[in-house]
Ligand binder design. Sequence first.
Ligand code: C2E
Ligand code: CA
Ligand code: CA
Length: 489
Amino acid sequence: MYKENSKYNLVISSIVFSVSMLIGLYLYFTKESIVIVISTFFISLIYIIRTNIKINKRLYNIAFLDDITQIGNYNYFIIECERFMEKQGYKNTALIYLDIDKFKLINDTYNYEYGNRVLKSIGEIIKIVFEKEAVYCRSCNNDFIILYKYNGEIEDLKNIVEDLIYRLKNVSIENDDNLDIKPSIGIYIVPKDYTDIKLCIDKADIAKSQVKGNRINKYAFYDAELRTKLIEEKEIEKYMEQSLLNKEFEIFLQPKYDMKSENIIGSEALIRWNNKTKGFISPDKFIPLFEKDKFIKEIDIFVFTEVCSVINKWMLENTLIYPISVNISRVSLENEALVKQFIDIARMFNVSHSSVQIEITESAIFEKEDKFQLIIDNLRDVGFKVSIDDFGAGYSSLNMLKNIVVDEIKLDKEFLVNINNEDRSHIIIDSMITMAHKLNTKIVAEGVETLQQKEYLSSIGCDIGQGYIYSKPITINEYERMIKESTIN
Ligand code: C2E
Ligand code: CA
Ligand code: CA
């Protein structure tokens, strides 16, 4: 726009100037001199125009073009979007914010020049995927923004975004480089009361932050609740660092019962956070945040240590000791020294490895089967028992059991939700129990809440039950009391 305006002004002023010159010349000079003057004038005029266009083009590029990708930059995007919206209106328009996960790793592994080539390829992919019905730019570092007019069908918009993700995954700069680029994408559907493109960018950015670093979901749509959730998350992150020092965490134990004898056979350690300012915060809220920040590594070690410490206390008091299960996050499993750390802590408290059980979720194992299988083997080799947690929550569960040997399978709670009236659930649970027994593995039903569930599970041979019908997670003191009472009876 800026380029066209200045060109237009120059031509108009040149025409006005030349017409007035011609009139003057006609009145005062001979025919030959008029021709010479006119030709000189036009040659100069052409030169001036061409130089001006070149300068304008250079200025335009400096102001609006991204050097690395050769697509527009943020300033270009803002100006072009305003034009686009004026012309096309808000309807069926989406603001798409694209961020590349761990891009720094590409720069570090290769070099900046290589990283720039990757960014250029991303720019080219965006051009191909969004074609003409869009304005796009590289806004900064490894962030790209796209304003896209879709056909009104959200499913089609999703398909386009998935196509983008697919193409990014397959970006290759040199033969055999397996870049496996993973984006995080936020989508904001431009609303009726659209006023400012920058607000749309902010909202798409908020949506993006919901999937940043998420291994499974690579894109998310903005919704109003998201903003509130994000503010809450920021608050939790703010209090996180101090929380361990302030001793705000406490371990609760939820007893596990033998379904036949109905005796306690162990318990699961579940962390509780009582923050000085925010009060009680649920693990479902803070565990995913701690996982993002890697703070979970400290928490998992903290819980393991607390558990060993309590077992040590029981040993000294001659209390009956049943194994305690500790949940270990996928993030902690990345720590090469984890098994050694567990051995060291257990030794420090003189705790037998058979008194501590490690729970790893099925989804974590599924993600890095070979690597985590090795860790599971190592843990079992030194005497810790291992459980697969949330089994059957939507991954290739059965296949996994071909290779991975564990001591216990914990059926995902969701299985029990429909157990009362669904034949299909019955068939699945029934065959899982049969299969687990054939593999010499105990099966635990979690989230047992009703008598009907308990009786059904017991009738089909489920080994262990855990859930509100038996006991909610309780404090260590309450648990100790419970154990003492059960041994007296
Ligand atoms: P999980 O490992 O699947 O733990 C079981 C969850 O089910 C616990 O929620 C427990 O309180 C709840 N529960 C137990 N019985 C019932 C029942 O009968 N009905 C229902 N509806 N729920 C029941 P909680 O304590 O809120 O923990 C949620 C999740 O947070 C855990 O799921 C686990 O993934 C994570 N988590 C908790 N403590 C720790 C920890 O110390 N370390 C790590 N890495 N994760 C933890
Ligand atoms: Ca668990
Ligand atoms: Ca579970």
